[in-house]
Design a binder for this molecule. Structure first.
Ligand code: AP5
Length: 322
């Protein structure tokens, strides 16, 4: 009979580039036993100490990986119970459940070419959120030749905001889908006005964090003009700052129709006109990040904030019920 159980109530894993679990962030509590009791009867009468723990799964597998063992039904909530015997303390069992914490809801904003898409690639790689980019949804409508796409292109060519009648429902529908609800979402380039923010609020979509990338205008123009996209992988390149890895990729890169110096200046005017209105709505959850730094330094600041948020979400909301 163990003297103590560590019960992990929530677990979120972060993955490395090969999609292997790199880190597991857990919320847990320990349950201490007396000699004549069993785990099932102590689930609801624990002597507990709550804690949050981060397990690095990339280290030595013998000390850190979970080993499936007997299946003991502690409680119906713990349907995927797995045990590991601790070598350091043979009387301790560690229990993990597959229950997930509430997913992250992230908005990322900034001027044209401030690096929103680039950071979204890094964020989704690590946090596995559903990336919803308003600009990409609009470009998909254009590519499909739909009525909305044709209308949207007229506005995009002028660097203006596409009317709310098209954008709002498009974003709302994507956020409502099951994957966004289950995995959490990363909303890129929306909202761009107070009315868009209020519409989203009305549908019940509130962010945990609103990231604003701040970049001086002269840098933005250089970034837009040098940007290229890989139509096969969707990856964003820059001829100077993130050049393509191979000749084959370089040969197939494309440029966006609105990526000219003339058009980016119009897009900038639109951004500058609206940004303060949006910030006034999300002021309490806004994180301003210097987007002129190299992309991995920008990501490091965002990553710290998201890791902290996840930890807060996983923290036990109160004492364990008795
Ligand atoms: P959208 O597609 O969202 O364009 P945008 O806001 O102008 O932003 P970009 O996609 O141009 O830039 P980004 O910030 O993603 O930068 P990226 O990472 O690619 O919108 C297009 C249009 O659609 C709008 O103008 C509007 O008409 C319409 N629209 C969209 N949303 C709307 C909405 N909500 N309502 C109404 N209309 C809407 O990086 C740019 C370049 O810089 C790349 O080459 C990259 O490699 C490089 N780079 C990135 N980070 C760094 C770094 N740290 N250091 C060096 N280089 C970097």
């Amino acid at each position: 009979m163990p003297k103590e159980l560590i019960v992990i109530t929530k677990m979120v894993t972060a993955r490395d580039e090969d999609q292997q679990p790199k880190m597991a962030l857990c919320s847990s509590y320990s349950v201490n036993f007396t000699a004549a009791t069993s785990p099932s009867c102590n689930r609801n009468k624990p002597s507990t100490s709550s804690r949050n723990q981060i397990f690095n799964t990339s280290g030595s597998p013998s000390s850190k990986s979970w080993i499936p063992c007997l299946s003991v039904q502690l409680n119906q909530r713990f349907s995927r119970t797995r045990f590991r015997k601790s070598k350091a303390a043979p009387c301790m069992l560690v229990v993990a459940s597959g229950e997930k914490g509430e997913p992250l809801r992230v908005m990322i904003s900034g001027a044209p070419a401030s690096g929103k898409g680039t950071q979204c690639e890094l964020i989704t790689e690590k946090y596995d959120l559903v990336h919803v980019a308003a600009g990409d949804l609009l470009r998909a409508e254009i590519a499909a030749g739909s009525k909305n796409g044709k209308l949207a292109k007229e506005y995009m060519e002028k660097g203006q905001l596409v009317p709310n009648e098209i954008v709002v429902m498009m974003v709302k529908n994507r956020l409502s889908q099951q994957d966004s609800q289950e995995k959490g979402w990363l909303l890129d380039g929306y909202p761009r006005s107070a009315s868009q923010a209020n519409a989203l609020k009305g549908f019940g979509f509130d962010p945990d964090i609103f990231i604003l990338l701040e970049v001086p205008e002269d840098i933005l123009v250089e970034r837009v003009v040098g940007r290229r996209l890989d139509p096969v992988t969707g990856k964003i390149y820059h001829l100077k700052y993130s050049p393509p890895e191979t000749e084959e990729i370089a040969a197939r890169l494309t440029q966006r129709f609105d990526d000219t110096e003339e058009k980016v200046k119009l897009r900038l005017v639109t951004h500058n006109t609206n940004v303060e209105d949006v910030l006034s709505i999300y002021g309490d959850v806004t994180l301003r990040v210097d987007g002129s730094l190299p992309k991995h330094e920008v990501f490091s600041q965002i990553d710290s904030a998201l890791a902290k948020l996840l930890e807060q979400k996983l923290a036990p909301s109160g004492s364990v019920s008795t």
